[in-house]
Design a protein around this ligand. Structure first.
Ligand code: TGC
Ligand code: FAD
Length: 389
């Protein structure tokens, strides 16, 4: 009989609106045409043409697409999630570029910036002419950003920033860095343009994961900024943590894109591959693996869509996002690894996407809150007791 696509098993497309389906189809077609043919090469080299990519993604309309105004499309959260899914079906690194640009750097300015800051940065960031990054993590403060050492002190009306940020996506290619720093008034966000004296962003090399993504350190050595470099609307850790909600939401959908790509590859491989005189797909052990993965993919998709509808209704809570990020990344990495087994030795090469996705998902499991952090957020919601410290 005719095979059913894993995501068609539950007929979930019926839960999408026409515009959401159209946006998904547009992003999928562009990603398959312009990104997929190159991505294994970028991953192998550990280099991406970041500027060209940002312009292409800006042209596609996905940078800050769920924001209103300033050249942004103002789509539904679900449409944004579906775009993340299509991009991550190609590579988590490409979705990362879009997450960091739209949901972290642009969102921080959109939510907390002055009108002048928004006018100066957002339209060009939406178009992909300017690239942004978001510096929260430090060498000694990752899961616990409240332990950050980067500080900003007033000098007359200016600010002087000192410190180091670590693992910053888009860092060395960014035109503007959103840098979070400790001040006498609590944690505040600063817009640091590239080229500011005392500011440098050396790239981090030798990564085994997210190789099709730029990751950098941000070094701030007596960086002098004018008074209007501070984001006026954010005070305290809730400023940066609120931005993380946006990017985490995109990952809830995005991770399923990587899983879907692995499962499609594994099904097609299993049907073509002959072992012991029969197709690999015809064995019960194989079908058990495929069925379990399709069930998890479908459940993850239902969860993502439910959270997306809550977000569009303005009702989504951080705890709910933690449920989605924890489950969907955990299942995506399990699917990627299981698909790798079905491909045998071929599964370890860049000829197929499965180990590339599995390796990328190691980063996705860690960034935007590790799986342990999200378990603790859920544990706190369930018990009323925080177990972080
Ligand atoms: P805690 O005392 O709980 O909270 C401090 C203040 O923040 C508020 N808050 C939130 N606000 C909005 N959204 C959230 N999700 C929030 N979580 C907490 C909270 O209400 C409080 O506000 P106020 O007004 O009372 O001061 O903070 P804590 O220090 O105990 O830490 C809690 C914890 C561990 C959950 C948090 O720090 C955390 O999420 N840690 C993980 C850090 C993280 O995810 N870093 C990601 C860096 S960016 C990145 O990885 C980009 S990857 C690239 C890509 O996306 O592709
Ligand atoms: P740690 O916080 O040191 O954690 C180490 C281990 O301890 C983890 O398993 C963790 O879950 C566990 N742990 C921590 N606290 C507890 C606890 N209370 N109880 C039990 N276990 C605990 N950051 C940015 O700011 N901007 C970016 O653009 C960005 N991009 C990234 C890109 C990549 C490729 C990667 C890998 C990371 C990126 N990050 C970025 C950093 C990322 O957010 C951090 O790596 C993450 O928050 C975890 O911090 P850490 O690596 O310092 O690990």
């Amino acid at each position: 009989s005719t095979p059913t696509h894993p995501l068609a098993l539950l007929a979930l497309d019926g839960l999408l609106g026409d515009e959401e389906r159209e946006i998904r189809a547009t992003v999928r077609a562009a990603a398959d045409r312009e990104l997929r043919p190159h991505v294994a090469g970028w991953f192998e080299k550990g280099e991406i043409p970041a500027r060209e990519l940002a312009r292409a993604l800006g042209g596609l309309g996905v940078l800050g697409m769920h924001l209103e105004g300033y050249g942004c499309a103002g789509t539904s959260a679900v449409a944004y999630g579906l775009a993340c899914m299509e991009l991550e079906a190609v590579d988590s690194g490409l979705r990362s570029l879009v997450s960091v640009q739209g949901s972290l750097a642009m969102y921080a300015i959109w939510k907390h910036g002055s009108e002048e800051q928004k006018q100066r940065w957002l339209p060009k960031m939406a178009a992909g002419e300017y690239i942004g990054c978001f510096g929260l993590t430090e060498p000694d403060a990752g899961s616990d950003p409240g332990a950050m050492r980067t500080n900003a002190k007033r000098d007359g009306s200016d600010w002087i920033l000192n410190g180091t940020k670590m693992w910053i996506t888009n860092g060395s290619v960014a035109d503007v860095a959103v840098v979070w720093a400790r001040t006498e008034e609590g944690v505040r966000g600063f817009l640091v343009p590239a080229g500011t004296p005392g500011f440098s962003a050396p790239e981090i090399k030798m990564k085994l994961s997210l190789r099709a993504s730029v990751t950098a350190e941000l070094v701030l050595d007596d960086v002098r900024l004018p008074a209007d470099a501070v984001l006026p609307g954010a005070r305290g850790l809730s400023g940066p943590l609120g931005c993380l909600n946006e990017a985490r939401f995109g990952i809830v959908f995005g991770a399923l894109g990587a899983a879907r790509d692995c499962l499609e590859t594994a099904i097609s491989y299993a049907k073509d591959r002959t072992v012991f005189d029969r197709s690999l797909a015809s064995y019960q052990l194989t079908q058990q693996k495929l069925a379990d993965m399709a069930v998890e993919l479908g459940k993850g998709m239902l969860l993502a869509l439910h959270l997306g509808r809550l977000k569009d209704a303005g009702e989504l809570t951080p705890e709910q996002i933690s449920v989605g990020k924890l489950n969907n990344v955990r299942e995506a990495i399990a699917i990627a690894r299981e698909c790798r087994t079905l491909l045998g030795a071929n599964g370890i090469t860049l000829e197929y996407p499965v180990l590339r996705h599995a390796n990328n998902l190691e980063s996705v499991l860690t960034y935007e809150g590790t799986s342990e952090v999200h378990s603790l957020v859920i544990g706190k919601a369930l018990t009323g007791e925080q177990a972080f410290r």
